[in-house]
Design a protein around this ligand. Structure first.
Ligand code: INI
Length: 160
C-alpha cells in the first residue's frame, strides 16, 4: 500500500491574488471573470481575492514573485494573453513571461499558476477565453485551488 497525497477542490477560506495584464484586456478580462466564477463556485468568497494589474505579460513575473513571497496568499494566478503578430516580439514576451512565472513559482512557497494564453491569432485567444475552447482562466483557478490544498498537505522541506 502506498501513501497518496492529493489536493481537493475546495476554495472555502482560501486567499488568492491574481496578476492580470492590461495588454489584450478584452481577453484577460474574460479570463479573470472565468477564474472568479470558478473560485466562488468552489466555495470561495470573492472578498478573499486580490487583483493586481500589470501592463503586459512581460511584467507579470515580477509582480507574481512579490505577491507569492508576501505570505498573504495561498496562491497566485497569472493571467495574460500573448498573441502572435508579424514580428518576433511575441516569442520574446511569451518566453520571458513563462520562464519568469516558473521562476517565481520555484522561488516561493505557494503555488504560482500559469494562466497566460500564447496563441497564433486573436481568434484562438477568443476561443480560450470563454467561448468554444472553454475558459483558461477557469482552468487556471482550478489548478490554483488544487495546488493550494496540496501544498498544505505536503511535508515541509527537510521533513522525514
Ligand atoms: N504583452 C502582452 O501581454 N501580450 C502581447 O501580445 C504583447 N505583444 O504582442 O506585444 C505584449 N507586449 C507588451 C509586453 O508584455 C510589455 O508590457 C512591454 O514590452 C513593456 O515591457
Amino acid at each position: 500500500m502506498h501513501t497518496e497525497i492529493i489536493g481537493n477542490l475546495q476554495a472555502k477560506g482560501r486567499r488568492f491574488a491574481f496578476v492580470a495584464s492590461r495588454f489584450n484586456d478584452f481577453i484577460t478580462a474574460r479570463l479573470l471573470e472565468g477564474a472568479i466564477d470558478c473560485f466562488c463556485r468552489h466555495g470561495g468568497d470573492e472578498k478573499d481575492l486580490t487583483v493586481v494589474r500589470v501592463p503586459g505579460a512581460f511584467e507579470i513575473p515580477i509582480a507574481a514573485a512579490r505577491l507569492a513571497k508576501s505570505g498573504k496568499y495561498d496562491g497566485v494566478i497569472c493571467l495574460g494573453a500573448v498573441i502572435r503578430g508579424s514580428t518576433p516580439h511575441f516569442d520574446y514576451v511569451a518566453a520571458e513571461s513563462a520562464k519568469g512565472i516558473a521562476a517565481a513559482a520555484l522561488a516561493s512557497d505557494v503555488p504560482v499558476i500559469f494562466g497566460v494564453l500564447t496563441t497564433d491569432s486573436i481568434e484562438q485567444a477568443v476561443e480560450r477565453a470563454g467561448t468554444k475552447a472553454g475558459n483558461k482562466g477557469w482552468d487556471a483557478m482550478m489548478s490554483a485551488i488544487e495546488m493550494a490544498d496540496l501544498f498544505e498537505k505536503l511535508p515541509p522541506a527537510g521533513a522525514k
